[in-house]
Design a protein around this ligand. Structure first.
Ligand code: GCV
Length: 659
């Protein structure tokens, strides 16, 4: 039986799957061959498209048509998710070895639109570069007194949880799964990595709620994962210890995991934040993180599950006076000695940079330094430090730079054998992502996870083509003008030259140059009257630069070779230091902050000019958000410029207003 396409609740934006995106596939004679649940999903998609656009679907016919579109599962070596597309003699044929591949193939044809049915097309084979393409939700089941329902969420409440339990109506979760499948995502973790008391119970007596969510996501090929507390044997099991080498603890996890699989047979596995920002972990028992991860890996192994063990381990109670401790070093120092010790089904999940999702960081030196460990790279789609979905900040170019960076011979995208993971930016907001244009981030993330070396601007073209199917070129051009450079614009008016954390403490929105300067979090810039930046060189600094392999250890070691955009991450230099651009550091700070605000003003103008091409609700929402972005950008400019003018006493070469 074809599975009906999920019906969006009234007023919810269809994002990149509006009905019109299916016009080209809908008006066709289509043959579907194959069986299995995801083939029923494909059939449901085609049935809905044909209902709207007048085509028809035939199932498992033995005749040769003629058909415009054939979607066929047949034995082959394309793997579970690969597919081929070919067009010959007026028929477009998608072939896959399984239902998931067929679904991805269908969405590929949807992306191609009319082009999929024009002329001839020689056979192309598509396979995801990474097997795990995952979204982590930092959603709390119960509203947290400080962090709310979604930690670092800027798009309303949780898609999964409401009033302290799983939502009764899961239509929207199904629709979310559909959107994610259309950009290639195949795994989700449904609760916050900071596991509070209510959420801990999802593992045991509340696993039925997880099973309901998993049931809603499964038809779109998405496996459900759970964040668990390392202390679960104590807080849920009543044991006196959570020591990973203790037999009673190991059997508690084995039994708990067996029950999880009883409820969710295709359960993906656990996500664990241990010994990190107050979460419990193996250090309490004198055990290593490999001991901790391997215990959970052993519990999951009989069922084919994976533990995603996060490498975000650092001292968050540092004394700011202590110049010898460098948070940037922490993940490497903790984990590289454990290379080779992790079980095959343990994935070490590493944030892409050494700190915490700042607008500019170097790639974490851990990636590339653990050849005998399956690493997953973690990105942040939710815009905690990049404008909180009130600012336009399309992160495709940043992620692409990260994924193409080569810590050694291979790129980050190739080294991420454990997959790509990102913190979701979606919530129950009618536009899903708060800022309507932040939908582009979620879509781009999925597509880069499928193909890490994809050209981000081409991905953006896809997103535009799907989201605005009848758009004239002027709209596409306008969206590119607003989005393409928005990450660099954000960087300009916020954080110069690799300095991070000049944000307001706690919520992390808006400027506060010294907000974290005298805090325990290990996030300092050390600005004084002479200069700014952190000396992380091996020769005179914290030694962090030496954690990289060559050539990067050498490139980053010296201010003369360090790329401008990371200079202050690696070096403490004087305000008069000349960048490779020829400007001094202080003049660069002034110029970028003035330029950044002007770029926001220009983007706002472009957006205003699109009023006749964008539906009113979307246009109005973005227009309002641009007002806030501009106000905030001016605040950033004036605070940062005034701060550094007051510290340095150096006037702006162009005599612009500084307070
Ligand atoms: C879920 C940062 C965020 C925290 C987040 C943490 C993490 O510190 O501010 O909200 O906690 O990263 O990645 O675990």
């Amino acid at each position: 039986m074809p599975l009906p396409v999920p019906v969006l609740p009234e007023g919810v934006d269809p994002a990149w799957l509006p009905p019109a995106a299916f016009r080209a596939v809908g008006g066709r004679r289509t043959l579907i061959r194959g069986s299995g649940p995801l083939v029923e999903t494909v059939h449901g998609e085609m049935a809905e498209a044909c209902r709207r656009f007048g085509g028809r679907v035939v199932r498992d016919a033995s005749d040769d048509g003629p058909y415009d579109l054939v979607l066929a599962v047949s034995a082959g070596d394309l793997g579970e998710e690969g597919f081929t597309v070919v067009r010959e003699g007026g028929t477009t044929t998608v072939t896959a070895s399984g239902g998931r591949g067929l679904l991805y193939g269908l969405f590929h044809v949807v992306r191609l639109g009319a082009a999929a049915f024009t002329g001839e097309r020689s056979q192309e084979t598509h396979r995801p570069a990474l097997a795990t393409r995952m979204l982590d939700h930092w959603d709390n089941v119960a509203v947290h007194p400080v962090m709310g329902q979604v930690e670092r969420g800027y798009a309303g409440g949780s898609l999964f949880w409401e009033d302290g339990r799983a939502r009764g109506d899961l239509q929207r979760v199904r629709a979310y799964g559909r959107l994610l499948a259309a950009c290639g995502i195949n795994a989700i973790s449904v609760n916050n990595v900071n596991v509070h008391a209510t959420e801990a119970r999802l593992l045991t007596d509340r696993i039925g709620e997880v099973a309901e969510i998993a049931g809603a996501l499964r038809p779109y090929g998405i496996r459900t994962h759970l964040s668990v507390s390392f202390a679960a044997p104590i807080v849920l099991g009543g044991l006196s210890t959570a020591d990973p080498l203790e037999a009673a603890v190991r059997s508690w996890w084995a039994e708990a995991t067996r029950r999880v699989y009883e409820a969710v047979p295709d359960f993906g596995g656990y996500v664990v934040k241990a010994d990190s920002e107050g979460q419990p972990g193996p250090f309490a028992y004198g055990r290593s993180h490999a001991d901790g991860a391997n215990m959970l890996a052993a519990a999951l192994e009989p069922f084919g599950g994976t533990v995603h063990w996060r490498a975000f381990v650092y001292d968050h109670r540092q004394d700011w006076r202590d110049r010898s401790t460098d948070r940037a070093r922490a993940a490497y120092d903790h984990f590289v000695p454990l290379d080779g010790e992790f079980a095959p089904n343990a994935v070490l999940q590493v944030k892409h940079g050494p700190m915490d999702f700042q607008v500019r960081e170097p790639v974490s030196p851990l990636i590339g330094a653990m050849p005998r460990t399956r690493l997953a790279v973690e990105l942040q789609v939710t815009q905690e430090y990049t404008g909180q979905q009130r600012h336009v900040c399309w992160l495709g170019p940043m992620w692409s730079e990260v994924l193409r960076f080569r810590p050694e011979e291979r790129s980050v995208g190739a080294l991420a054998r454990g997959g790509l993971v990102a913190v979701s930016n979606a919530g129950d907001d009618p536009f899903w992502t708060g800022h309507p244009l932040a939908q582009a981030n979620l879509y781009t993330y999925g597509r880069l996870a499928w193909q890490p070396d994809a050209e981000p601007r081409e991905v953006l073209d896809e997103w535009i083509g799907l989201s605005f199917p009848d758009a004239p070129a002027r709209l596409a051009d306008g969206l590119h003008a607003v989005l393409d450079g928005s990450w660099r614009t954000y960087e300009k008016y916020t954080a110069p030259l690799g300095v991070g954390f000049m944000v307001q403490p706690g919520h992390h929105y808006g400027p506060s140059v010294d907000g974290y300067e005298y805090s325990p979090w290990g996030t300092y810039h050390f600005a004084d009257r002479d200069g700014i930046g952190v000396d992380r060189s091996a020769a005179t600094g914290t030694g962090y630069a030496g954690q990289y392999a060559k050539p990067w250890a050498e490139v980053y070691e010296s201010p003369d070779t360090c790329p401008d955009e990371l200079l202050l991450f690696f070096h403490h230099v004087s305000y008069g230091h000349t960048l490779t651009s020829g400007k001094t550091v202080i003049q660069h700070i002034y110029d970028t902050h003035f330029d950044g605000v002007e770029e926001v003003e220009a983007a706002r103008e472009v957006w205003a000019g699109l009023v006749d091409l964008v539906d009113p609700a979307r246009h109005t929402r973005v227009t309002e958000l641009f007002e806030e972005q501009l106000r905030s950008a001016r605040e950033w400019r004036d605070q940062v410029n005034s701060y550094f003018f007051r510290k340095s006493g150096v006037p702006d070469a162009h005599g612009r207003r500084i307070y």
